[in-house]
Design a protein around this ligand. Sequence first.
Ligand code: F6R
Length: 240
Amino acid sequence: AEIVIVRDKAEAGALVADHIASLLRDNPETVLGLATGSTPLPVYEALRSRLDGVDVSRVRGFALDEYVGIDPAHPESYRSVITREVVEPLGLNPALIRTPDGTPEGIEHHGEEYDEAIRAAGGIDLQILGIGTDGHIGFNEPGSSFASITRVKTLTEQTRKDNARFFDSIDDVPMHCITQGLGTILRARHLVLLAFGEGKAAAVAGAVEGPVTASLPGSAIQLHERATVVVDEAAASQLA
Ligand code: F6R
């Protein structure tokens, strides 16, 4: 992977947003892979001021994941987060921005349908990724197959703890999610993984320099020919 060490989140946001804005200018039908969580927020924030004169009406997007069994209208469903942080502020067409369907009815088909929709859109041009403290990307927790497609996964206790800050209590964090698979993610044409802070340092080092192993799903990026890792000094601190 190409490693870019930045001063802070704002610099990372500006760098990645500049790149995305130029993609959208060149191709109004760009297909973006969108991450949720805290990490990509500076990118979405920086994009707001970079879209003047850019036609975004045909931009398509696919979120990485969604909780299973959460009301889509819940403010912390990833549908709501993507609407609030990306679709509305950037003026994207909500009909063209998808999140995996986490409604339990028929969920055994939702993953395949999602991968098929990505394929039908021509594939993801640029996939934004964060990384979990346990090395997950998307919600592909340790042990996930590198060939996996979008499917239901069980969140680890660590991930539920990490995400409890978005809910009233850890008991309210869903147990399951539906996430793009590592195979799905690896089919994107460009991966841009961002990480900030000391807490991500071990996961970043494992993903970039460790053995390629299902025990650290982020290491799957080493199998991709075009992966860019944008980190602050703290997140880069365990790199050799
Ligand atoms: C979010 C996602 C997760 C997060 C990861 C880091 O769509 O798929 O992999 O990127 O859990 O979360 P934050 O950014 O909140 O530290």
